[in-house]
Design a protein around this ligand. Structure first.
Ligand SMILES: O=c1nc[nH]c2c1ncn2[C@H]1C[C@H](O)[C@@H](COP(=O)(O)OP(=O)(O)OP(=O)(O)O)O1
Ligand SMILES: [Mg+2]
Length: 197
């Protein structure tokens, strides 16, 4: 079986490839596809956007596609940046500037009000028109400075109380064990298995 990861994000590709390593599945990403043009992510929810990306990848490749739309919801910001996480500080999307903007907006927010969560929607779409959605979340809080250098995106600012570490201080394996993406992915496995047979 061969699937296409409908993402250009290197951090996601690394995590999803690691999650898929024990499955008997050949994995391509959009980086392997010539002439891929990003779809406009204009959905209202992570699920909507994952669906748009998965569908576009199926249409382009004719393969089963797995798309990820994910982001950060900060309670003190009323759930922002949410679906706008990637472009929080404008175009072109840039993790460094996004993290700076987040720190700036939360400058006067006290420790007990810095709660946040990562949310991930994964969509599996098939060439014969079927679509499957799974989701995952992980709770944490936003620190006042970056810690750690692994991971991507908002990981250096996202502290996971259960592990006393930021996401960027966790190994790939540990992050995949607890993350929003890891949780959503574990629900995808039985779906992929059912498509094989
Ligand atoms: O585990 C994570 N650790 C840190 N940050 C994360 C994570 N998961 C999502 N995020 C952030 C990064 C980006 O600011 C946004 C995703 O935006 P999102 O549109 O889904 O991805 P993207 O544009 O980077 O790649 P693509 O659309 O090709 O999959 O949320
Ligand atoms: Mg995107």
């Amino acid at each position: 079986m061969k699937i296409i990861l409908a993402t250009q994000n290197k951090g996601k590709i690394r995590e999803l490839q690691d999650l898929l390593v024990d499955e008997d599945i050949q994995v391509l990403s959009l980086k392997d596809i010539e002439g891929w043009e990003d779809v406009e992510e204009n959905g209202e929810t992570f699920a909507d956007n994952a669906m748009l990306k998965a569908r576009a990848a199926v249409e382009k490749t004719g393969l089963i596609a797995l798309a990820d739309d994910s982001g950060l919801e900060v309670d003190a910001l009323g759930g922002r940046p949410g679906v706008f996480s990637a472009r929080f500080a404008g175009e072109p999307k840039d993790d460094e500037r996004n993290n700076n903007k987040l720190l700036q907006l939360l400058r006067d927010v006290p420790e007990d009000k810095r709660s946040a969560r990562f949310r991930c929607a994964l969509v599996v779409a098939t060439p014969d028109g079927r679509e499957f959605l799974t989701e995952g979340t992980v709770e944490g809080r936003i620190l006042r400075e970056r810690r750690g250098s692994d991971g991507f995106g908002y990981d250096p600012l996202f502290y996971v109380p259960d592990y006393s570490r930021t996401m960027a201080e966790l190994t790939l394996a540990v992050k995949n064990k607890l993350s929003h993406r890891g949780q959503a992915f574990r629900k995808v496995i039985p779906i992929l298995k059912s498509l094989k047979s």
